[in-house]
Design a protein around this ligand. Structure first.
Ligand SMILES: Nc1ncnc2c1ncn2[C@@H]1O[C@H](COP(=O)(O)OP(=O)(O)OP(=O)(O)O)[C@@H](O)[C@H]1O
Ligand SMILES: [Mg+2]
Length: 321
């Protein structure tokens, strides 16, 4: 299970695209209130980062920020972990335990992957959201805690509601202020800024020199759809920094997945001339260009064309290149 108690002041949200700014504006407005917040967005878009940003900008900033990954909550222990228990409340409860709700008193509790919250706990969470009250296992009296709940999900929670695995009433209670963090591919202009900032940060961490990305490489990266979003970009930047320490990175140096998706995403890369083409000679030209661009390295040339090495070798033979 992932439990995090501290919010670093340096975890800044990079980017100034209008799409990101809109979410940040809404987040700042809601940060000063105590209402529950639902953050949705694809994996790696920065939901955790946004939750911490909200905590930092709330009256709760000097109180605990606790993250609980609901997907990692073992069903049999979930209630005790969240709400706590008294000694002897169940077999094995040899000492009393404070739950995360009590630990987060005065602060913020981030319930990550909320869609995975066990059904039995959903009703108890709803009660807490509505009244601020909860009952540790084995205790007769209700307890009170002052905790802002932030829920996060990378799935479409309404689908879970329709499927019956997530309570509709809890969904609406959490969804008072929905914040949707945009995917990286839908943010205008953030890629270049993130690239620069992440490069700078990681070059200092690794004591390496920032590589230079050619404009063609940046153009290819902008066309790529980054399914892992900023986490994927960060890992990519780190890999390229280590491999290219201070040198120039051109399109052909980019990983295969960035090429292949670039091609699919960019339907306008080739326009069929009205007079048509000779497909075979076009293929031969492209294969020659790929060989040139990769200095004769056949595996790399194959990658540039989105082919396996075997297919590429077969075609080389076929056209006697
Ligand atoms: N706008 C941003 N500026 C700088 N770093 C960012 C930004 N967004 C995300 N990151 C970084 O990308 C990584 C992933 O972010 P985070 O963990 O917040 O994503 P997430 O949406 O919670 O992902 P998941 O759905 O997988 O839990 C982290 O290292 C985070 O610091
Ligand atoms: Mg997360």
């Amino acid at each position: 299970m992932q439990i995090e108690m501290n919010v670093s002041k340096t975890d800044l949200i990079i980017g100034n695209s209008p799409e990101l700014m809109e979410v940040l504006r809404a987040a700042d407005l809601v940060a000063v209130t105590d209402v529950a917040i639902m953050i949705s967005g694809e994996t790696g878009t920065g939901k955790d980062l946004l939750a911490k940003h909200i905590h930092r900008n709330s009256r709760r900033h000097d109180k605990p920020f606790i993250t609980v990954n609901c997907a990692a909550l073992p069903e049999s222990l979930a209630e005790s972990l969240l709400f706590g228990h008294l000694q002897g409340a169940f077999t094995g409860a040899s000492s009393p335990r404070k739950g995360f709700i009590a630990e987060a008193d005065g602060g913020t509790l981030l319930l990550d992957e909320i869609g995975e919250m066990p059904a039995a706990i959903q009703a108890k969470l709803l009660r807490f959201l509505e009244s601020g009250e909860y009952q540790p296992l084995g205790m007769v009296d209700a307890q009170h805690a002052d905790v802002r709940i932030i829920a996060a999900t990378n799935s479409n929670l309404i689908d879970d509601v329709e499927a019956g695995s997530f309570r509709r009433d809890l969904y609406f209670r959490l969804n008072v202020v929905p914040l949707e963090v945009p995917a990286l591919k839908n943010r205008t202009g953030d890629l270049a800024q993130l690239l620069q900032a992440l490069n700078l940060k990681m070059s200092q961490e690794h004591n390496l020199d920032v590589p230079r990305y050619s404009s063609a490489a940046i153009a290819a990266m902008e066309k790529y759809d980054w399914p892992g979003n900023i986490r994927e970009l960060r890992n990519f930047v780190e890999r390229m920094l280590i491999l290219f320490n201070g040198r120039e990175i051109d399109v052909m140096n980019l990983p295969h997945e960035i090429h292949s998706r670039t091609k699919r995403a960019d339907g306008s890369l080739f326009n069929l001339p009205s007079g048509g083409v000779d497909l075979e000679s076009l293929e031969i030209t492209l294969m020659n260009q790929a060989l040139q661009a990769s200095n004769g390295n056949k595996s790399r040339a194959a990658r540039l064309l989105g082919l396996t090495r075997d297919t590429f070798l077969y075609r080389l033979k076929k056209y006697a290149i």
